[in-house]
Design a protein around this ligand. Structure first.
Ligand SMILES: Nc1ncnc2c1ncn2[C@@H]1O[C@H](COP(=O)(O)OP(=O)(O)OP(=O)(O)O)[C@@H](O)[C@H]1O
Ligand SMILES: [Mg+2]
Length: 268
């Protein structure tokens, strides 16, 4: 089980997460939705220990992640996770197969002779074959996404954090990835957090959904509760409406107070 208790994250003077309280039960898939820049990726990085929360804690199966200190404690912890980075983060100079198996030598004692098969098996799970020797620059955007996903599952982790797994994929491939997330949950009993803007995906894969807004989990509930809620903030996001209580900052450098101001005439 993953539990976030009052997670605050500041970058210099800016407070991105203002106290996130969330629980992800073992075997469930929690979907996080919320506006661009609200801190979803930052939260995932706090969970895996790439960012240290400024306050609060993340507890995984009773282990307080914020208290891990030595390299071996951190490696033992990370070994249990697969992480799909939003931007893919493939190494351009390495082949697809080497990208997929890159973490194995640090995180597992799988013999090197098995790496090639693990790469092919992981690629097959995301619907790719015969691309082991390609370089990332020779792949389409959607293929890169799937290679990054293959890397996230290569070590068959207990937990998978997916940051926008379907963004940039065509609708059919998006659904293939949704099915894969569901399969991993059912067959391998993976506990997952999925960050997405894709409501179709959120409804399909989420055991529960949490919506982040202004640094907090504004609502947490089942897909059914999100479909039927009359919370105007959630409705606006879920229905994709430019008008409503959520005012988008049109420029990232606008002061936070401007956040609450009504949109400029003609703004969308
Ligand atoms: N390492 C960092 N240093 C400083 N600021 C950061 C850092 N990482 C993220 N931020 C800031 O934190 C805010 C939230 O970023 P984050 O990537 O978590 O948003 P997000 O919710 O994932 O957005 P999107 O949906 O667009 O991916 C942004 O304003 C970003 O500039
Ligand atoms: Mg993000």
């Amino acid at each position: 089980m993953i539990e976030a208790v009052g997670v605050v994250k500041r970058f210099g003077p800016r407070t991105i997460l203002r106290g996130i309280d969330l629980k992800v039960e073992t075997g469930e898939t929690l979907v996080i939705i919320g506006g661009s820049g609200c801190g979803k990726s930052t939260f995932l990085k706090c969970v895996i220990g790439l960012h240290a929360p400024s306050a609060g804690r993340v507890v995984v199966d009773g282990l307080d992640v914020t208290k891990l200190r030595t390299e071996s404690e951190i490696a033992d912890y990370r070994r249990r996770f697969g992480y799909l980075f939003q931007e893919g983060a493939l190494f351009d100079s390495m082949t697809v197969a080497d990208n997929i198996t890159f973490g194995l030598k640090y995180l597992t004692d799988v013999p090197k002779a098995e790496y090639r098969k693990i790469a092919s098996d992981s690629l097959a799970l995301v619907g790719l074959k015969d691309v082991e020797d390609f370089k990332p620059s020779e792949l389409s955007g959607g293929m890169k996404k799937r290679v990054a996903l293959a890397r996230a599952i290569a070590a068959r982790p207990e937990y998978i954090l997916y940051d926008e797994p379907t963004t940039g994929l065509d609708p059919i491939m998006s659904d293939v990835i949704n099915d894969l997330i569901l399969d991993l949950q059912k067959q391998l009993k993976v506990t997952a957090i999925v960050v997405t803007h894709d409501m179709k995906s959120a409804y399909k894969v989420g055991t529960r959904i949490a919506m982040f807004h202004e640094g907090r989990a504004l609502m947490t509930g089942t897909p059914e509760e999100f479909r039927t809620t009359d919370n105007p903030f959630v409705r606006q996001f879920v229905d994709g409406l430019s008008q409503g209580p959520i005012k988008m900052k049109l420029k990232d450098f606008e002061a936070d107070e401007a956040h609450a101001a009504p949109p400029a005439k003609g703004a969308r």
